[in-house]
Write a protein that binds this ligand. Sequence first.
Ligand code: PGA
Length: 261
Amino acid sequence: MTAPTKKIKPLVAGNWKMHGTGSHLRELGRLNTSLSKHKFGCDVAVCVPATLVHRLSAMKFGAKIMTGGQDCHGAQKGAHTGDVSADMLKDAGAKWVIVGHSERRAEVKRGGHGETSKLVREKVLAAQMAGLRSIVCVGETLAERKSGDTLKVVGAQLRQSLPDTCSAGDIVIAYEPVWAIGTGETASPAQAQEMHAFIRNLISKAYGEVVGNSISILYGGSVKPANAEEIFSKADVDGGLIGGASLKSADFTAIVTASKS
Ligand code: PGA
């Protein structure tokens, strides 16, 4: 349900996952050049591996290509070997952090980290305290969709992952059906719109209409130049979280310029 007052600047964010060493940052130099040649009305961010956060921000693309991390710890500091805090990402120049990606929510035996929504909420709070904007990911598995549990699962993830205070200034939601991530399968534009409207409605009920109508809801899962425009054209789709296609500047440029403004 979308009130006519909805006015949101879309965001297209890349998620490099565990791809890219220093030399790959050249691709973002190319992205910067190609974006200069196009008109587009969305914000652009690239969430790189933690090792590249500082190097990307040192490239000084400013607001044109904002820097993001892909995860942070829920604590500000402490004995957490190998982890990175929200403060550290911020200090390295990040403006954004992805939290609760399905690849981190996935079970340890499947290569994930078994993250619960309760933990995701702690991470969102840590990001809020550090002044980072969070991209909070939710989405159902294929088995959950097939058994008709999609709304129940995504609703519970949202309720449990989001903190008591939530505003468009510090939180963006990414709806990413797990069955569409890296598989080449995409939710149909109608399926995406149905879920985004459901999410917006839930946010409006929990935090009020002003927040519901201003919060960005990104779609993620096999977005490519060929399907971006159709997905982004849907009323409640405010941009995308882009995995594989964000690694190539030409593809990412095409997706950014397909965004509505
Ligand atoms: P994909 O990944 O675009 O490669 O499907 C999206 C994501 O996991 O954020």
